[in-house]
Design a protein around this ligand. Structure first.
Ligand code: ZN
Length: 178
């Protein structure tokens, strides 16, 4: 069928072939055009990204999915697909769900460890409080003992229980007992 274009048709940007194909087109061995939908997300410097995504999802599905999305959402969708593809290659059964389970288990284990550590801290604080109050009790007993010892010491120096009274102060007793 003859083309309705002239011999030198004006090419659209979507038809302009670029010299350096993107990572996706390079891998698929096809011409990469200026408006290649895959080019912004699969640079030729990171061919492994497309290799992984293509192996799991297939190039046509990736293109179809990107076409259905807004341009602002495509980068996240590609990142997600590359991540999922990597996970699926590592774990063909669970893919990224396997990673989620693993991380969830790790969270549970860490929460259990945290609860245990909190309980230990609580017990240690209780022990510390008990020690401090015992020590306070002991030191107050020591002070009482010291006072008592001092009293006894002073008492033993005099045969009289009226330790603070000298003989010449006997008259004061008269006043007290009066
Ligand atoms: Zn391309």
């Amino acid at each position: 069928m003859a083309s309705h274009y002239s011999t030198t048709p004006q090419k659209h940007a979507s038809d302009v072939v670029v010299a350096t194909p993107c990572g996706a087109c390079k891998m698929l061995r096809k011409r990469c055009v200026e408006k290649c939908i895959l080019a912004p997300h699969f640079p030729p410097t990171e061919p492994i990204r497309f290799t992984m995504a293509h192996r799991v999802f297939g190039a046509s599905n990736i293109i179809k999915l990107l076409q259905e999305l807004k341009e602002s959402e495509r980068a996240d969708a590609v990142s997600s697909m590359v991540y999922e593809a990597n996970a699926r290659i590592i774990d063909p059964v669970y893919g990224s769900v396997g990673t989620i389970f693993q991380l969830q288990n790790q969270v549970n284990e860490l929460q259990a460890q945290l609860a245990k550590a909190k309980a230990e801290i609580f017990n240690m604080n209780c022990q510390l409080e008990a020690m401090v109050s015992t020590e306070m009790c002991r030191s107050s007993q020591t002070i009482s003992q010291q006072i008592y010892d001092e009293f006894k010491h002073d008492s033993s120096e005099s045969s009289s229980p009226f330790v603070y009274l000298d003989n010449d102060q006997d008259s004061s007793w008269d006043i007290i007992w009066a």
